[in-house]
Write a protein that binds this ligand. Structure first.
Ligand code: PLP
Length: 403
């Protein structure tokens, strides 16, 4: 299937690597291939570039360079943070997280829970996908080792009050980690006066390549490494550094820091145009998290009585790439755990699509979706066995648009 132009609206899944990033990385494959741990000058030169990348990532987060370690991805950063916290507090057997985390956090918690020695509290969300800080306060007990709450949700874009949550954690002397993989580069993050102890980021969400991440570890935080071996990253993450990718992440971080404000308003304009365009042209839709504070680039929208996967296939036929909320990676067509936690009625939840923008998108991309989508939904509703009937389940919709 040959497509003239890809309309790529799946930037929360991954992003295009920026040309500046590719250029920055290139010499580290061909000329500057030394091992930064080597004693000779050739290794030493490479080490200097690692230091620059670390500074660039630190600057994006308002952190100090020595508070950043490089990892292989956001998932590794999440595992490292949580497992380090429980190692630092071996007598504490309770973890608090939310019911809507990415599997990078959720599955570490489930693994610990399955060992029977850990108890996990999964904070609920309201129908807009927001957490409640009073529920967090009530969940804390003397056994709590760590609180891990994502900065922004990958499916809905809903932003969580992590700074306030971290203050609550600090007041009870509990470590606080945030998965900021989706928030980084999209909204300002400044850890200078923050109570956040650990924060995960991932390169491929901010126009660096896949397979590189970083973990912020606040100075003074008790820490034990996840990967054991060599002395790299000052003993905090063993394994020869992925120099080209680290350099790429550094460049991506610098670009994100420089362009954040401008890019945010740009993608928000596109997102809002798409949201309004869909609401205007298609009946019975619901914006998931539409009443909450959201990332400027994310739109999670449900179409009643249709299957999200079918919408994706039809969109893909037209060269438009988005993603659905279903847990199709697990081989099931159940609605996503995020939408279920938000109690989105099943007749809507099954028909959810996530559109996520980056600075490489244009107004034409939005126009293409608004042109194609109404016809696709119309076709699918004609063949839907439920389209003429009543909703099968409750009607807890807030930002729902019926013409
Ligand atoms: N956390 C969140 C919120 C994510 O969206 C993702 C990726 O989708 C990850 C963690 C995992 O990051 P990585 O793909 O770098 O392992």
């Amino acid at each position: 299937m040959k497509k003239e132009k890809v309309v790529y609206l799946d930037n929360n899944a991954t992003t295009k690597v920026a040309e500046e990033v590719v250029c920055e990385m290139q010499p580290f494959f061909t000329e500057l291939y030394g091992n930064p741990s080597s004693m000779h000058y050739f290794g030493g030169r490479v080490q200097e570039y690692l230091d620059i990348a670390r500074l660039r990532v630190a600057n994006l987060l308002g952190a100090k360079p020595e508070e950043i370690i490089f990892t292989s991805c956001g998932t590794e950063s999440d595992s490292t943070a949580i497992l380090s916290a429980i190692k630092a507090n071996p007598e504490k057997k309770h973890i608090i997280t939310t019911s809507v985390e990415h599997p990078g956090v959720l599955n570490v918690c489930k693994y610990l829970e399955s060992s029977k020695s850990y108890k996990i509290t999964y904070l609920s969300v309201d129908k807009e996908g927001r957490i409640n800080l009073d529920e967090l306060k009530g969940a804390i007990n003397e056994h709590t080792a760590i609180i891990s709450i994502m900065w922004a949700n990958n499916e809905t874009g809903v932003i969580f009050p992590v700074e306030e949550a971290a203050k609550i954690a600090a007041s009870r002397n509990i470590l606080f980690h945030t998965d900021a993989v989706q928030a980084t580069g999209k909204i300002p993050i400044d850890l200078k006066n923050s109570k956040i102890d650990m924060l995960s980021i991932s390169g491929h969400k901010i126009h660096a390549p896949k397979g590189i991440g970083a973990l912020y570890i606040k100075k003074g935080t008790m820490f034990s490494p996840f990967l054991l071996g060599g002395h790299q990253e000052k003993g905090r993450r063993a394994g020869t550094e992925n120099v080209p990718y680290i350099v790429g992440l550094g460049m991506a971080a610098e670009l994100a820091e420089k362009n954040l404000k401008k890019e945010n308003s740009y993608v928000k304009k596109l997102r809002d145009k798409l949201e309004k365009g869909i609401i205007k042209t298609i009946e019975n839709v619901r914006v998931n998290g539409g009443g909450a504070e959201r990332l400027p680039n994310s739109l999670n929208i449900s179409f009643e009585y249709v299957e999200g996967e079918s919408i994706l296939i039809f969109l893909s036929e037209k060269g438009i790439c988005a993603s659905s909320g279903s847990a199709c990676t697990s081989g099931s067509l159940d609605p996503s755990h995020v939408l279920l936690a938000m109690r989105v009625p099943l007749t809507f939840a099954h028909g959810s699509i996530r559109f996520s923008f980056s600075v490489y998108n244009t107004e034409e991309d939005v126009d293409a979706v608004i042109k194609e989508l109404p016809e696709i939904i119309k076709k699918l509703r004609v063949i839907s066995p439920f389209a003429e009937g009543k909703p099968l389940f409750g009607e807890e919709c807030s930002v729902e648009h019926k013409h």
